[in-house]
Design a protein around this ligand. Structure first.
Ligand SMILES: Nc1ncnc2c1ncn2[C@@H]1O[C@H](COP(=O)(O)OP(=O)(O)OP(=O)(O)O)[C@@H](O)[C@H]1O
Ligand SMILES: [Mg+2]
Length: 273
């Protein structure tokens, strides 16, 4: 499988050799560490002891069928759900109890499932909403217009009048103007035509080059495998598989995704990442 732009993904987890006279660099500190996260919606347990580690520069993809708990995981990381147990550590600090706005200020921004734009506001007003708790940094509406060329001349248009793909781009822009370090993307491809999905995902190399780390949810496994440095499969709220795309066979992914009991030893089940 070709992953044409994977070389763009920087992995600080695998640093090069240390300069002469200096001790070898250890693995970079993870940007995000999720430990044993259990989350309930009322009586329903949506996530059970999910753990993962995301290093700077990675594109970490969560895959899984409907109801697997993917959005619950992202929303919990964004501070929109309180976990029943477990911890979320961001850049070395425990953020488990932090309010959503504080997480944005710390550098976590989310593009929610279904975009959730303010339809009666203009494109630019939607972007400015995202800047409300922004960290200082390079992203501004102007920079978003550079990323998505068509957007500048339509910045005065109401968001409700945009196509699905255009709305997705605005939702991404709204997250970017918060100047996040970690971008959470929930189902970018939902409801979009394949060509539009390709265009939307086409902006990922620019985001990585700008220093972002990406944790994305994707139901389309092929799409996830094309872009990810690491894949993590959830099934009914539990981790069933994780590993680098190149390490995983299609059969192992299928088993993990659908919950088929076929022991084939591929990937890492219950390992540290
Ligand atoms: N606000 C809520 N209240 C009650 N149950 C919820 C809520 N949100 C999600 N759930 C339930 O939690 C489980 C996980 O849902 P979640 O939306 O996280 O899954 P998902 O993997 O994102 O699914 P999809 O691919 O359909 O988006 C499902 O059983 C769902 O019905
Ligand atoms: Mg979802």
């Amino acid at each position: 499988m070709t992953r044409p732009w994977l070389p763009w993904a920087r992995s600080a987890a695998r640093p090069g050799p240390a300069p002469a006279g200096q001790p070898p660099a250890g693995p970079a500190r993870p940007l995000l560490e999720v430990r044993d996260l259990t989350v309930h919606h009322g009586q329903l347990r949506a996530l059970t002891e999910v753990s993962l580690t995301v290093h700077p520069g990675e594109v970490y993809a969560i895959i899984g069928a409907n109801g697997a708990g993917k959005s619950t995981l992202l929303r919990t990381l964004a501070g929109l759900h309180a976990p029943t147990s477990g911890t979320v550590v961001f850049d070395g600090a425990d953020v488990t109890g932090l309010r959503p706005d504080r997480r944005v200020a710390a550098g976590i921004a989310m593009v929610p499932e279904g975009r959730r734009l303010f339809g009666s506001l203009t494109v630019e007003e939607n972007l400015l909403v995202g800047a409300a708790y922004a960290r200082p940094g390079p992203w501004s509406p102007e920079r978003v217009y550079e990323l998505f060329g068509w957007m500048r001349e339509r910045r005065g248009q109401r968001a409700a009048l945009l196509s699905g793909g255009e709305q997705q781009a605005v939702a991404i822009g709204r997250a970017l103007v918060a100047n996040p370090r970690l971008l959470l993307l929930d189902e970018l491809s939902l409801g979009l035509a394949p060509a539009v999905v390709r265009r939307i995902y086409g902006m990922l190399p620019d985001l990585l080059a700008a220093g972002l780390t990406v944790l994305l949810v994707e139901q389309d496994v092929s799409q996830a495998l094309r872009v990810a440095t690491h894949v993590h499969c959830l099934l009914e709220g539990r981790t069933t598989l994780r590993g680098a795309p190149g390490e995983l066979t299609a059969a192992a992914i299928e088993d993990a995704y659908f919950g088929l009991a076929r022991a084939n030893g591929q990937g890492t089940r219950g390992g540290p990442r």
